[in-house]
Design a protein around this ligand. Structure first.
Ligand SMILES: [Zn+2]
Length: 245
């Protein structure tokens, strides 16, 4: 019997930032230099609601998902304080899996030693959106990682003309726990699956109680690939509208 060895919890960190375009000076930055006029990628699957995925947030006026802008890459920085051996490569592989399924593109800008800003901060001091922070942490620095929780993630959204977009977010991983998982059988694949699960939260998928899906609330070490529901959900969150800068 498959033992749910990895418990990865806390999908619902999504914060509807109070920022909207009515703020003085506008909450939205200028169009990013690397934004295109059409989506950068194409989802692998058709977006369909087969009941095998759940969204973290929907648009104010309907059932459509809140998503990142598919016309611009999502920038990330990595705080590697407790990173596992080969962790950058595992993160890259997990990001590739999300890109392939969703069409969303990611750019890892490098490492940081700064603490991730609070959930309300969406703009970078440099002028654009704040990059997503991937923090390799531990249960002392991040009490939400206590017990068997291996990670958590979520994104902040902003609104323009009645439509919301995710623009930045955080992924927090329990480095010491993932190092122990890495030492086990299927170690690399298991750690990569945890990162994929958390990246699923980042781009807008919530937990789903459906067998065979990586977005189940409890990890299953025999699961190392997206299930059909995960793929449908990632296609949905990869098929949002582009931000009209
Ligand atoms: Zn989760």
């Amino acid at each position: 019997m498959a033992v749910a060895a990895l418990v990865v919890l806390l999908g619902a960190l999504s914060v509807a930032s109070m920022l909207d375009d009515g703020a003085a000076g506008g909450a939205f930055p200028d169009r990013p230099d690397d934004a295109a006029s059409t989506p950068l990628g194409v989802p692998a699957a058709r977006a369909g609601d087969d009941g095998q995925y759940r969204l973290i947030a929907t648009q104010p006026d309907g059932d459509e998902p809140v998503t990142y802008d598919p016309c611009a890459p999502i920038h990330l920085v990595v705080d590697p304080r407790t990173i596992v051996e080969g962790g950058m490569r595992l993160l890259d592989q997990a990001l590739d899996e999300v890109s392939e399924a969703s069409g969303l593109q990611f750019v890892v800008d490098g490492t940081t030693d700064e603490t991730a800003p609070d959930d309300e901060t969406v703009r970078s001091p440099d002028g654009g959106w704040l990059p997503v922070t991937v923090t390799w942490s531990d249960p002392v620095a991040s009490p939400k990682l206590k017990g068997s929780v291996a990670g958590f993630a979520g994104s902040s959204s902003v609104e323009r003309d009645g439509r919301r977009w995710f623009v930045t977010g955080t992924v927090v991983l329990d480095g010491p726990q993932l190092a122990r998982i890495l030492d086990g059988r299927r170690g690399r694949a298991s750690v990569r699956s945890v990162i994929m699960h958390e990246l699923g939260h980042l781009v807008g998928l919530d937990h789903v109680d459906a067998p065979g899906q990586l977005m189940q609330p409890e990890g299953d070490e025999t699961l190392t690939r997206w299930g059909a529901g995960d793929l449908a959900g990632l296609a949905a969150v990869g098929s949002g509208a582009c931000i009209p800068y």
